[in-house]
Design a protein around this ligand. Structure first.
Ligand SMILES: C[S@@+](CC[C@H](N)C(=O)[O-])C[C@H]1O[C@@H](n2cnc3c(N)ncnc32)[C@H](O)[C@@H]1O
Length: 187
């Protein structure tokens, strides 16, 4: 969810600025109405980097056993496909729209090889887990991976995916603020 952030993009924009000199694309996984994505795209143009929007554009996939399905029912955030986003970004050469439900195969097909900054905002467990496993090896040195809606110690929804991923890979967060957690790629 996005409440509280929409009027205060400073944290994400500050983190993005930190990655200015880092090689690789900007990515948002979980785009909804592209509020943040369009901010990211403007910055990507300044940095001369590609900016990927990854989403089903048909809303949340089916919640699983670790998700609170009352808060996150199937199809929440459905914006009826990505044609409207393609239309408003068609003249912006740094924009890339990847429309589909997230699986490891789908992400591989995006052919994104290097990421300097990724904002993960998928709410639920499974796609968050898949994106973390895919994005981390592609994040370049000093790149930043941020996840929204993280609540420390919460073993539900996207927070569970983040907790499990940290434990599995032995990675410690660089920072936590409000409902964001972020990781910086070291050597
Ligand atoms: C909270 S919204 C994103 C909000 C957006 N980042 C913002 O700040 O305005 C979550 C998004 O995740 C997408 N999503 C959730 N599960 C998905 C999945 N399995 N595959 C693709 N997209 C998914 C939904 O379609 C929805 O647009």
């Amino acid at each position: 969810m996005t409440s509280g952030y929409t009027n205060n993009p400073k944290l994400l924009l500050d983190l993005l600025q930190e990655t200015r000199m880092v090689k690789g694309a900007l990515v948002e996984a979980g785009v909804w109405e592209a509020d943040k994505y369009l901010h990211f795209l403007t910055i990507a143009e300044q940095f001369d980097k590609k900016c990927y929007a990854i989403d089903s554009f048909k809303g949340l996939s089916k919640p699983g056993k670790y998700d609170n399905e009352k808060i996150y029912p199937t199809g929440r955030f459905n914006v009826g496909g990505a044609d409207w986003l393609r239309a408003i970004t068609m003249h912006r050469k740094h924009a890339r729209i990847c429309e589909g439900f997230i699986t490891a195969k789908f992400l591989k097909a995006t052919r994104i090889r290097k990421i300097s900054f990724i904002h993960v905002d998928l709410d639920i467990y499974t796609p968050t887990k898949i994106v973390f496993e895919w994005a981390w090896p592609r994040l370049t040195f000093d790149g930043i991976m941020v996840c929204h809606d993280y609540k420390k110690g919460n073993m539900k929804n996207c927070s569970r995916a983040v907790e499990e991923w940290m434990q599995k890979h032995g990675v410690k967060e660089e920072g936590v603020k409000n409902t964001w957690i972020w990781f910086k790629k070291g050597l």
